[in-house]
Design a protein around this ligand. Structure first.
Ligand SMILES: NC(=O)c1ccc[n+]([C@@H]2O[C@H](COP(=O)([O-])OP(=O)(O)OC[C@H]3O[C@@H](n4cnc5c(N)ncnc54)[C@H](OP(=O)(O)O)[C@@H]3O)[C@@H](O)[C@H]2O)c1
Length: 267
């Protein structure tokens, strides 16, 4: 029951897609601060390398950059081949890379549908397929490997913005999580999802012109998410403490889903 036994992730090998900024970087920071070996991936080589260097220095722990565009199988294969050069096992896979697209219904484009579905849904399925053998390598019932998929509360609530492919894709991420959790638990691989609410990032920032004051006020907790909120939940799911939590989608949103339909102005 010691805190290190319950929540420790020291020396775990972690791969985080979309780890170069935003939520992926927040989660990478949490694992690095607690002694894990973290690989981050994203398309822009310079940004991915710079984040890995900055985080390695800040947390005095090894963060390695493996850039790749994982929206298709070629990119996933490239990421796998380069990862395999460093490590032939993987303890924790965090499928975080994601994209959003907003357009009114009457002119919502095929590009906006395909781009979001390819990255947010298809790539998660094929990342898991590709890395399955590495996840199985060191896993036992006492020490199961973990997959954490990053969904969204937009896949639970009906979103305010016209981001059709995004909310539908995120709902699919949550379903994919329970379907694969049921399949993989027998192989000692635990699969869960996190559904974040608003967290400051390039993605959310571009929707609110980087002014988070309005969405903070609208949030039942009176603020947007902080790195500790999302990293803490990811560490729970990756640690001994999260070992009996299987196939869940856990919100991390300050209470937005819990309060859906509840008018805070009446309180
Ligand atoms: N921020 C929020 O409020 C919020 C809320 C709910 C859910 N989420 C989810 O959280 C995840 C992270 O979002 P974020 O807000 O941190 O977004 P972000 O700041 O835009 O970061 C996205 C990350 O994914 C990478 N990426 C984008 N396209 C990629 C591709 N084709 N291949 C590989 N990497 C790619 C980006 O780097 P490159 O551009 O260099 O590739 C970046 O590292 C997403 O799944 C998002 O849907 C976010």
């Amino acid at each position: 029951m010691n805190i290190n036994n319950l929540f420790g992730v020291k020396d775990k090998v972690v791969l985080i897609t979309g780890g170069s900024r935003g939520i992926g970087e927040m989660i990478a920071s949490g694992f690095l601060a607690n002694g894990a070996k973290v690989y981050i991936s994203s398309r822009k080589i310079k940004d991915c390398d710079a984040t890995a260097k900055r985080l390695s220095e800040k947390y005095e722990s090894e963060c390695i950059s493996i850039p790749a565009d994982i929206s298709d199988l070629n990119g996933i294969n490239k990421l796998f081949t380069n990862f395999d050069k460093y490590n032939n096992n993987l303890d924790i896979l965090i499928n975080n890379a994601g994209a959003v697209w907003g357009e009114p219904l009457h002119k919502f484009s095929e590009d906006g549908w395909d781009k979001v579905m390819d990255l947010n849904v298809k790539s998660i399925f094929f990342m898991i397929q590709k890395f399955l053998d590495l996840l199985k390598k060191n896993t036992t019932s006492d020490n199961p490997a973990r997959i954490i998929n990053i969904g969204s509360i937009d896949g639970i609530n009906t979103p305010y913005y016209e981001n059709y492919s995004y909310s539908i894709a995120k709902s699919a991420v949550h379903k994919l999580t329970s379907v694969l959790a049921a399949k993989l638990i027998k192989d000692n691989i635990i699969c869960n999802a996190i559904a974040p609410g608003p967290f400051p990032s390039k993605m959310l920032g571009s929707a609110v012109e980087h002014d988070y004051s309005v969405i903070s006020k609208k949030n039942p907790s009176g603020r947007v998410g902080m790195p500790e909120d999302i990293a803490g939940l990811a560490i729970f799911l990756a640690s001994r403490a999260g070992q009996y939590t299987v196939g869940e989608t856990i919100t991390c949103d300050g209470g937005l889903v819990a309060s859906a339909g509840h008018d805070l102005t009446n309180d």
